[in-house]
Design a protein around this ligand. Sequence first.
Ligand code: 5U1
Length: 627
Amino acid sequence: LADPASPTQRVSGQPKAGFRTVQHQVPLLSLDNAFDAEELRAFDRRVRRGLGALGAPSPYIVELKIDGLTVALTYRNGVLTEAATRGDGLTGEDITANIRTLRSIPLRINSHIPLLIVRGEVYMPKEEFAALNREREETGQPLFANPRNAAAGSLRQLDPKVTASRPLKAFFYDILVAEGSELAVPDIQSQRLEFLAELGLPVNRDYRVCANIEEVIDSCAYWAEQRHKLSYDIDGLVIKLQSIAGRVELGHTAKAPRANIAYKFPAVQEETQVLDIEVNVGRPGAITPLAILRPVVVAGSTISRVALHNEDYIKEKDIRIGDWVLIHKAGDVIPEVVRVLTEKRTGAERQFMMPKNCPVCAQPVFRAEGEAVLRCVNESCIARLRERLIHFASRDAMDIDGLGPAIIGQLVDAQLIKDPADLYQITVEDLLKLERFALKSAQNLVAAIQKSKEAGLDRVIYALGIRHVGKGAARVLAQYFRSMERLQQASEAELQTVPEVGAIMADSICSFFGQAQNQQLIAKLAAAGVNLQMPEADLRPADGGPLPLNGKTLVVTGTLTGFSRSEAEEAIRRAGGKATSSVSKKTDFVVAGAEAGSKLDKAKELGIRILNEAEFVQLLQNKGSVE
Ligand code: 5U1
C-alpha cells in the first residue's frame, strides 16, 4: 500500500551503497554552441534551409540555460517514480531518493497521464550557495568551487538526508516522453513550458518568444548584460525552434538536435598581473595571503585583489609575484585565479613565502596539524582584535549601526578598546577626539552601541566569534541553553546532545570558554549590561505553578504551520519539557506536522502518543492532559 507520492517518501531511510545505473528511454541529447551573432545567423539559415523555408523568418524561443545538473524525471499515472541524472545521455544514475527531497519538485503532478518523462536542471541559487560555503568554512569543511558543483555534489549524495539539507531548486523545460496521454501535449515550445507549469512542475518564465533570428540576437545581448542580476547562474541561452513538428522534421545529429542551439556568453575570464602578495590577519588569527592585482574589469566590476587562501593553494597553482594570471568570478561573484599564464613568464617573477611571524604583532605563527591555514595565536595581536571587533559589530552579530572597519581601526589605534566589552564604555567625548566625528554622529554611535545590549543571546554567542559556531548554531545554542552562564558551564558531552552540535563544535566551544580571557570578557559584557539571557518563558503559568510539559520528552517531526522546528522545540523547553531529535521508548510525545516521515512511523511502532499541532498548542497552554 506504500504510496510513492506520499509526503513520507520525501525522506528516505538508509544511505545507499552506490547509485543504480538506469538506461534512459530516450537519449538525453546535448547542444551545439554558438558564440556570436554570425554563428546564430548561420544556425538560422540551416534551420530554414532544412525546413525548406529559406525565404520565411522562423519563430524561435530563447530560454535561460541554467547552470546546474541535468535530470530526467519519470511520472507514471501522475506519480513521480524515477529520477535519473543525464550521465552520458544514454545511461544515467538513479537519484530518485535524492530528488524526492526537493520541495519544489512535485511527487504528484496535476494529471494522470500514464507516462511522462520530463527533462530539467537542478541548481543551487547563488545566495544559498554563498551561505552554504560560509557555513562550511565555519565548520572546517572543504568549500564548493561554484553553485554548479555544489548542486551536483548535493544531488549525488548517497545519503538523501544530506541532499534534503541543501538548498536545491529545479526548472523543467522539455518533455521527453508523453504516452497514452488523454491531454494533448502542445506542439509549440512556449506552450509546452506553460503545460509543464500547469502540471505543477517548476518552469523558468524568463523565456522570450522571438519572431526571427534578429530578435534572438537582441535577446542574447540583453541577457549577456543582465544575467548577473539573476539569483542563479546561467551558462548561456538555449535557442529553440518554436515548432515541435519542425524540430522533429529537422531531426538531430549523433549529439544534438538541429533545431536548437546554445548561445554561450563571451568569456568572462580576464588577464591581469599579480603586482604583489600581501597577508591579512583575520579572525581567529588566520593569516591569509591576498594577491594585489593590476585592476581589471571582469563581468562588470573592477577586480584589484583576489584571495589566495593558504600556502598550499599558492603552491598548487604555482602563483608568483609578477605572474600574469587568468581570473574569473567563481559562481559569478567571487574573484578567483583560474591559472597562471606561465607562457608569459620572463624570469623576473618572485616566489612568495608565507611569513614566519605575524605581520602585525611579529609573534611566531603556527600551522596546526591537518590545517592548511597559518595562524597568529597571540591573543593581544591588534590585527586579531580589529577583526574580532568588526565581526562583533557586524549585522548578523550585534548589529551596531555605524560601527564599521574604519572607526574600529581608529578606536583600536587610539587604544580605546582592548576587547569587545570595552565598546560599552565608549563615551561621546571619546569619539569626539577621533577624526571625522561631530557631536551628532558621536551621539548616534554611542546610542547604537548601547542599543546592542539587547541584541539577544543568540547574537551575542555568534558575536563572540567562537570557531565553528555560525549564526545558525548560535541560535540553536541560545534556544537550548537560554543563558550564557548555562552555555559556559556545559560539558562537551552535553553540548553534543544539542541538535546540530557535533564533536568539533563542542570541542571548540569548551576550549573557548575554558580560556581565562574569554571568561573575563563574558563577565565584562554582563557587567556592562549586555543581556545574556533568553527572555523569560512567556508560557509560564501566571500562578508560578508547574510548567505544562515538566519532565516530558517530545520529538517534533514534519512541518508545522505555526512554528518552525526550532520554535516548536523552544516552546517545549519553555514549557519545561525536553525536545529531542530521535524517537525512543523514553519519548513521551511525538508532535507530527505535515509530511512527517520515519519518526512518525517509529512512534506508532512504539505506541507513543502522537499529537497534531492543535493538540500540541493545547498542551503548551496547559489545556490538555499530559498523562
Ligand atoms: N532551457 C533549457 N536549457 N537547456 C539545456 N533548454 C535546454 N535544452 C537543452 C539543454 C542541454 O538541451 C536540449 C537538447 C533539450
